[in-house]
Design a protein around this ligand. Structure first.
Ligand code: JFZ
Length: 619
């Protein structure tokens, strides 16, 4: 009885919080259902997707002209949302005037496609219509398109389609099927949803259906149909789009954001580089900076090294990586984006063998020194953190090794004035199950170095998490196991508007809670234990025990600044603030063992959000 009353009270509280901020609450609802689809396609339509691994995403539309600024004021976050009430709140009659000025004279389809090809990307997916409702192609179904409403009078999608065909890379269209801020009846945020005079059915039949048909009829072969933010769209509506695709582009793949679980491949939440492997066809989507569409102030460019590492990690988890650029209103892709993409492309020219068509790491997680990808009997060890000791440690490999070597041997001769003919990679298998690889003394001048390990048979692995004796081992909370007194969960929150962050964590602690990592320590010794967590003021001063090597290490958690109903979160989410603290110098014995976390005193407010722990060997 008491519990029921509490549940009702909680429900009332939540709804009143949401009601207070109606337009903002609906933003979360828009994302809709987007679960991992563990399905194997009955045909081999997905073969190219498994092979390609790396694609270019392009957000380009009227919002590219405004670049995050409206009437002299900058709105930080995802710039394609500028029109929304969460940003500049621009009436559609006013926003529409942008179309009359859209004249991207610098647009050069050939140059864009060349950039993708030279960057090692195998497909392009571009916004044919985003939430603002403006068709970036010649649409007979609406006058709100680039041909009828802009002075440009050219169809950029047609030009891109031709260039993609010439270059032999795939083309996909992004189409916002559920949200259309220009159209009555569509699902929309705040300001339009309160003034609807039309039904969704009507919007769907008169705009979505004919426009999707146009896109799938007039541009040659289409590789992917990329839908977005399905929200509460019905299964019938999602299925209608599947049928249209089947009829017009039977080979095209549809992403999971079509809604209702009827897509062919899964798109993870924005920018989410997964900690765990997933089966089936899936992708991570990410941006070269922070915003999807061009934002004048956004200079947080990913370096070539960062791009290569994200690609490797995504492939290591079994997925594909789609990386976005936001050309400006004139059609220029920002220089820094180009430069860093090309740098990663150069790496791919030499290391593509270990990426294209490669399978996931049998270890199921990143390694302290990098990551692993697989082809048949070959392991590719991606060494992105070159060890000072020239050794890397690999736990649990059961196979015999036939040969090891660098994928790209260093040219012998004088290198920076030092004579080098050292391309040797050697290995030693210890009885503990660990394999130690000795690398060349000279670090190859690459963004990440690939070691090829040929095995007897397909890889057989004991995937227990190894604790590395020379590099820091990061133990994500996702690899721990909670008893009934805590939960393996995750949080999502926004930094700037629409800039989603994702973190695995252990939360919902009770006094009896206990989370356990099973690990395998390569070498007994001293390690620095670091803890990454977040907490609010209620959890401030709470006490925790970390048990390692048979000893309890106590931690007093401090408020790291988590804030509930922060204005930034738009809809009752908690703004998460994780921080990492060094906790203890611990002694670990060698071999398999448990690491345990539990509350030391009574838990209030669900306890900390524990994201990871790290163990850094002391030399
Ligand atoms: C959507 C769009 O709203 C955004 O403008 C951009 O196009 C991006 C690629 O996709 O935003 C989303 C959609 C889904 C999630 C997060 C942001 N999600 O499921 O986490």
């Amino acid at each position: 009885m008491k519990k029921i009353t509490f549940a009702i009270a909680a429900a009332l509280m939540t709804s009143s919080v949401l009601a207070a901020d109606k337009s903002e609450n609906s933003m979360d609802e828009m994302w809709g259902e987007n679960t991992v689809i563990h399905k194997t396609l009955s045909d081999d339509r997905g073969a190219w997707f498994k092979e390609d691994k790396y694609s270019m995403f392009i957000h380009w539309g009227l919002y590219s002209m405004t670049g995050g600024e409206w009437k002299g004021k900058t709105y930080y976050g995802i710039a394609e949302w500028l029109m929304s009430p969460n940003m500049a709140d621009i009436p559609k009659e006013e926003y529409k005037k942008l179309a009359g000025k859209f004249n991207p004279t610098d647009f050069d389809a050939k140059a864009w496609v060349k950039l993708a090809v030279d960057s090692g990307m195998k497909n392009i997916v571009i916004t044919a219509k985003h939430h603002d409702g403006f068709a970036m192609y010649d649409s007979a179904a609406s006058e709100y398109d680039v041909i009828d409403a802009s002075p440009y009078k050219r169809d950029p999608m047609k030009e891109l389609a031709l260039e993609c065909q010439k270059a032999g890379i795939g083309l996909g269209f992004y189409y916002s099927q559920n949200q259309d801020w220009y159209e009555q009846g569509s699902a929309a945020i705040g300001w339009t949803s309160s003034r609807q005079t039309n039904s969704f059915e009507d919007y769907f039949n008169h705009k979505v259906v004919p426009q999707v048909q146009e896109l799938l009829s007039n541009y040659g072969p289409i590789a992917t149909v990329w839908f977005d933010t399905p929200g509460k769209m019905s299964k019938e509506h999602s299925m209608r789009l599947v049928e249209i695709t089947k009829e017009l582009q039977p080979n095209a793949l549809i992403n999971s954001r079509i809604g209702n679980g009827v897509g062919d491949f899964m798109t993870l939440g924005d920018h989410h580089i997964s900690d765990t492997n997933h089966t089936g066809l899936w992708e991570t989507i990410d941006t070269t900076n922070n915003s999807w569409s061009y934002a004048w102030y956004d200079q947080n460019w990913k370096t070539s090294r960062k791009i290569v590492n994200s690609l490797i990690t995504t492939v290591g988890r079994g997925g594909s990586y789609m990386l976005n650029v936001g050309p400006d209103g004139k059609g220029n892709i920002p220089q820094k984006a180009q430069q860093n993409l090309l740098g990663a492309g150069q790496w791919l020219k030499e290391n593509g063998e270990a990426i294209y068509g490669a399978d996931a790491s049998p270890w199921g997680r990143i390694q302290p020194w990098g990551d692993v990808s697989v082809k048949g009997n070959k392991l590719y060890l991606h060494v992105s953190k070159w060890p000072r000791e020239n050794e890397i440690y690999l736990s649990g490999l059961k196979n015999n090794i036939v040969s090891v070597g660098l994928l790209n041997p260093i040219e012998t001769g004088f290198l920076d004035g030092v004579f080098s003919d050292d391309n040797e990679v050697s290995f030693e298998k210890a009885s503990s199950g660990w394999t130690v690889f000795t690398l060349p003394k000279e670090q190859p001048k690459e963004l990440s170095t690939t070691i090829v390990v040929e095995l007897e048979g397909e890889p057989q692995v004991d995937a227990t998490i190894g604790i590395d004796p020379i590099q820091t081992t990061y133990l994500s909370s996702v690899f721990s196991k909670c008893n009934s007194g805590c939960k393996n969960s995750h949080s999502r929150w926004m930094e700037k508007f629409g800039e989603w962050k994702f973190a695995e964590n252990i939360t919902s602690w009770k006094d009896s809670g206990k989370a356990v990592w099973q690990v395998d320590v390569a070498k007994a010794g001293e390690y620095t234990l670091e803890v990454e967590y977040s907490a609010d003021d209620v959890v401030d001063y709470s006490e925790w025990y970390f048990t390692l090597g048979g000893k309890d290490y106590a931690m007093e958690a401090i408020d790291s600044g988590n804030r509930h109903n922060s204005k930034r979160q738009k809809g009752g989410r908690t703004l998460m603030r994780f921080h990492t603290i060094p906790l203890a110098l611990v002694d670990l014995p060698a071999g398999k063992q448990e690491i345990v976390v539990r509350p030391k005193s009574e838990v209030t407010g669900g306890g900390i959000f524990l994201r990871s722990i790290s163990l850094k060997p002391v030399k």
